[in-house]
Design a protein around this ligand. Structure first.
Ligand SMILES: [Zn+2]
Length: 440
């Protein structure tokens, strides 16, 4: 390792070691009020007290002093649609109408490769501006939309998963593939991109209603042929959608059972929403190793329902937060944590700030099966991290000044922060976004 690549970031430092649960579990996280993160060749070498690490590393490493700001692991978005950037904040309607009126017309524009490239560029910039360093991303039905998001993520050295959307029925003809073309195109894209640098392929049936039996069957075949690829789809988001699935697949016991029958329920399967599932579904999800993307801003915006986090965690199901832009209303995982807290409050459940952080970092990494690479600051992991500005807004500065500890501070951040709090975002130890450079 060249000494020039060695850096010691001095700052306050916080990361999770496991799920802290609904109560404050002080052993589930580590906080250093004067901390240091030692980074070399894009990886974490050490995280701990500045006094210890300075003694060991100050002669060898470049010191970067962040002036009392707070460093946390890079945030991870478990469910987001990049072709829906321009559909965000479209008024009214629940899921099925919303898809018809806003999403499908928007996604049809991605037949144009220039549109794909320009939107992918904006989307990745927006992730980084919000402190999001990894994401599981829906592209559109068009293979070129997948190439564009992977090319852009690769250029920014990001750990990112994406896939071509599969949809061969119940959608406009301009957006339909076929069962065979979907298999062939997905396989080609998977073989091209999966495992390239930090990229992962996700086999991406849009949702059961837009996929024929034959398409789901071939998607399941692909998932079996490539067990280390992700599967990414929607599940039980909206009551009308659930009823429609029951009509379309009368032999299935439940919506989840449709995916199970087609071999799409397995480890590395990530299901967005999961609002309307029952206990048997949850047991099946747990035993298969499937994960859930909890997307509170979307669930509230589209009136879909309240996700019952407690029941899923009781089954030890992997859960991470998703923004679900454009059904979701913010790229910020802080905004998402804040809405998650309120969704849980409506169900007499709680979410301390540290648990919010867990669901947006380590919990999300576990859900995407990338926790061996990212999610916290254990030595050897990749150095993706965010520097938070505790003076980002007058209100945040004032409120944080009267906080009595890191747990209270984190809760306040969770309620009041957004992209303005992200002072800098680092990917593989290099600064990928800095707010200051934009000022003026
Ligand atoms: Zn979605």
């Amino acid at each position: 390792m060249s000494s020039s690549s060695l850096r010691l970031h001095r700052s306050r430092l916080l990361h999770c070691l496991r799920d802290p649960g609904e109560s404050q579990d002080h052993t589930a996280y580590q906080y250093y009020s004067d901390g240091a993160l030692v980074v070399g060749d894009g990886k974490i070498i050490a995280a701990g007290n500045a006094s210890d690490l300075l003694e060991q590393w100050s002669a060898k490493a470049e010191i970067v002093d962040h002036d009392g700001k707070l460093i946390i692991p890079g945030l991870i978005d478990c469910h987001v649609h990049y072709p829906q950037v321009d559909a965000i904040a479209s008024y009214g309607n629940q899921l099925l109408d919303w898809l018809e009126r806003y999403t499908f017309p928007e996604e049809s524009k991605f037949s144009d490769v220039e549109k794909c490239r320009a939107t992918a560029e904006f989307f990745v910039d927006e992730l980084l501006r919000n402190g999001t360093t990894s994401a599981l991303v829906f592209a559109s039905v068009h293979p070129q939309s997948v190439n564009s998001i992977f090319e852009t993520a690769q250029r920014h050295s990001m750990r990112l998963a994406a896939g071509k959307v599969l949809m061969d029925r119940n959608c406009p003809p301009s957006l339909q593939d076929t069962a065979e073309s979907a298999y062939r195109d997905s396989r080609e894209l998977l073989e091209r991109w999966h495992g390239q640098d930090r990229l992962h392929y996700a086999i991406t049936p849009r949702f059961a209603p837009t996929c024929s039996d034959q398409q789901l069957s071939l998607a399941g075949q692909l998932a079996t042929e490539f067990p280390d690829a992700l599967v990414h789809t929607h599940l039980a988001e909206n009551v009308s959608e659930v009823a429609w699935v029951a009509e379309l697949f009368p032999a299935a016991r439940s919506y989840l059972d449709v995916y199970k029958r087609f071999e799409l329920l397995r480890e590395r399967s990530v299901f967005a929403h999961c609002i309307h599932l029952d206990d048997i579904d949850r047991q099946n999800l747990a035993s298969a190793g499937g994960a859930v993307a909890f997307c509170p801003t979307s669930n509230l915006f589209l009136g879909s329902g309240l996700f019952d986090l407690r029941k899923y965690r009781e089954n030890n199901i992997r859960i991470g937060l998703g923004t679900d832009v454009g059904g979701g209303t913010s790229f910020s995982l802080f905004r998402t944590m804040s809405e998650a807290y309120k969704v849980l409050q409506m169900q007499q459940q709680s979410m301390p700030g540290v648990r919010g952080l867990y669901l947006a970092t380590l919990g999300a990494a576990e859900s995407l099966y990338i926790d061996q690479y990212v999610g916290n600051f254990l030595p050897g992991k990749e150095a993706d991290f965010v520097v938070l500005d505790h003076r980002a807004t007058p209100l945040l500065k004032r409120r944080l000044e009267v906080c009595k500890g890191i747990e209270e501070e984190l809760f306040v951040q969770m309620m009041l922060s957004d992209d303005r709090s992200v002072y800098a975002t680092y990917v593989l130890g290099e600064c990928a976004y800095a707010r200051e450079t934009l000022v003026g």
